[in-house]
Each structure stands twice: as structure tokens, then as C-alpha cells.
Design a protein around this ligand. Structure first.
Ligand code: FAD
Length: 116
């Protein structure tokens, strides 16, 4: 089947959006189980990502820059960093990770102890 760059880009935007929004909602002080869950999620995401080329590259990135899951800040900073590594490879503009603060809002209101 022919490559469809529009669909591939759309999948990428949706995936990054979910990834960064998840980081923005990760606990400030995660339990070891929370951290393990996020580690596992990221590893499986990298393994199962539907674009095979993207997945291979991303798995190599994870080896070089292991996921940081000790806090919300660490996780959000890590995700911003690796997304920028992908941006570099695709010759895209880099995102200023110091501005990631409230950029990703899940819109879910006060729905739990980590609600904003
Ligand atoms: P995207 O990169 O999708 O970003 C969406 C929005 O997120 C931007 O508009 C900006 O507001 C914000 N943003 C940008 N950088 C950051 C950052 N560092 N941190 C937080 N927010 C940011 N495409 C390929 O062609 N080849 C690949 O090998 C490839 N690998 C990928 C691997 C993964 C794991 C993922 C999730 C996607 C991959 N993609 C790949 C898709 C690619 O990264 C883009 O999603 C796609 O090209 C659309 O790009 P975009 O310019 O709309 O912005």
C-alpha cells in the first residue's frame, strides 16, 4: 500500500497530544507503581506504534534517553525532549520545553486528586 503522509502526520499529532497530556496529568509525587506503569506504557507505545519506521526510530531514542518517571515535571520534560529529537530528525521547529507548563490541558476539570 502507498504511504499516506497526511494520515501519518495526523496519527503523529494525535499520539503526541495524548502523550504530552498524559504527562501533564502524571502525579507530582508518583508511587513506584505509578512510575512503573508509565515506564511500561511508554515501552509498549514504542513497540506497538502503528508506523513501523517511526516505532523503530523511537525505540532507539528510548535506549538513548530512557523515560523519566520520577515526577510530573521529569516525565513532561522527558517527553518534550524526545519529541524535539523527533522534530530535529524531521527538520521541524523545536518546542521551548520551559513553556510546556499549562500547554496541555486535558479539559477534564476537577475529576480526581490530580485534577487542575
Ligand atoms: P507534531 O510534531 O505532531 O506536534 C504537534 C504539536 O505539538 C505541535 O504543533 C506543537 O504545538 C507541539 N509540539 C511540538 N514539539 C513539541 C515538543 N517537543 N513537546 C511538546 N509539544 C510539542 N513522522 C515521520 O514522518 N517519520 C517518523 O519517523 C516519525 N516518527 C514518529 C515517532 C513518534 C513516537 C510519533 C508520536 C510520531 C512520529 N512521527 C513521524 C510523526 C511526526 O512526529 C509528527 O507528528 C507529524 O509529522 C506531524 O507533525 P506536526 O508538524 O503537525 O507537529
Amino acid at each position: 500500500k502507498l504511504e499516506n503522509a497526511t494520515a501519518k502526520a495526523e496519527l503523529g499529532r494525535a499520539s503526541w497530544k495524548l502523550m504530552h497530556t498524559m504527562m501533564a496529568r502524571f502525579p507530582d509525587a508518583p508511587t513506584p507503581d505509578d512510575s512503573l506503569a508509565l515506564q511500561t506504557y511508554i515501552q509498549l507505545f514504542a513497540r506497538l506504534y502503528p508506523c513501523g519506521d517511526c516505532a523503530s526510530h523511537f525505540q532507539l531514542l528510548l535506549q538513548e534517553y530512557p523515560p523519566q518517571t520520577s515526577s510530573r515535571n521529569a516525565a513532561a520534560g522527558w517527553a518534550c525532549y524526545v519529541h524535539n529529537e523527533v522534530n530535529k530528525r524531521l527538520k521541524k521547529e523545536l518546542f521551548d520545553c520551559s513553556k510546556i507548563g499549562d500547554f496541555y490541558d486535558c479539559g477534564c476539570g476537577e475529576d480526581g486528586k490530580n485534577g487542575k
